[in-house]
Design a protein around this ligand. Structure first.
Ligand code: SAM
Length: 222
């Protein structure tokens, strides 16, 4: 199964439910990405973050990973650029199709920033922790990891209720149509903090339904 059949309608489905809020959250820590020399984007999907990153002037080496070839095709189209830029981007931005659990990064590529937007919520807790351990292993010393994802709002009961409802339906939808393994929303932030990750910054959107964190893997801190 996977995300192939959702690749084209994905952005419209997102827009219908969340307007521009998910994209704002993806771009919340753009400056962190712009300061990087090499960036790994995990589960990048149809490439709207990548497009925004390149439009913001990113000069880094970028590797985008996704299990869905159709998602990656859309991402590659969005990143292609025009004229002289096209040849330069073809070298600088690479696309790897495959499952993150079998990922082999290009030789010598050690990202100083890793981005995972609305990706880790696809997994059960143990898969998420295995992926997090791999991220720590792959990344350069001092690397930061920007994770953007859904959380259960801890504000008033109306927002909590709405949050639970939306999260329930989203997971149900993606289980049926994309075959994701998550049965409930993993508590990404706390799972990582309990494994020794450090949270440097947090941006909150949509009354606490969406968060973007800048994190440091445990052994990368100085
Ligand atoms: C919910 S979408 C999020 C896409 C995008 N990052 C965004 O912000 O909208 C999850 C993406 O992760 C990819 N994905 C899911 N499981 C994966 C895995 N095990 N390995 C690599 N990619 C995976 C899917 O193909 C899909 O493009």
């Amino acid at each position: 199964m996977g995300f192939n059949q959702l690749a084209r309608p994905y952005r419209w489905l997102e827009r219908a439910v969340f307007g521009g809020r998910l994209q704002r959250a993806r771009c919340a820590h753009m400056q962190t990405f712009l300061a990087a020399e090499s960036i790994l984007l995990l589960g990048e999907g149809d490439g709207r973050f990548l497009e925004a990153l390149l439009a913001a002037g990113c000069r880094a080496q970028i590797v985008c990973v996704d299990a869905s070839p159709k998602m990656l095709d859309l991402a590659a189209q969005r990143a292609a650029g025009r004229g002289e830029e096209k040849a330069e981007r073809a070298i600088r931005v690479r696309f790897l199709n495959g499952d993150v659990s079998d990922l082999r990064l290009p030789g010598g590529f050690r990202p100083d920033v890793v981005g995972a937007h609305f990706f880790l919520d696809c997994f059960r807790e143990q898969e998420l922790l295995d992926t997090a351990a791999n991220i720590a292993r792959w990344s350069a010393p001092g690397a930061t990891v920007v994770i953007t994802d859904f959380t259960v709002p801890d504000g008033g009961w109306v927002w909590r209720f709405r949050g639970h409802l939306l999260i329930f339906w989203m997971l149900f939808f993606f289980r049926i149509f994309a075959g994701i393994s998550a049965r409930r929303l993993p508590d990404i932030h706390n799972l990582l903090i309990n494994r020794g990750w450090n949270c440097r910054e947090k941006a909150i959107f949509d009354h606490g339904l969406i968060c973007s964190w800048i994190l440091e893997p445990p052994h990368k801190r100085s």
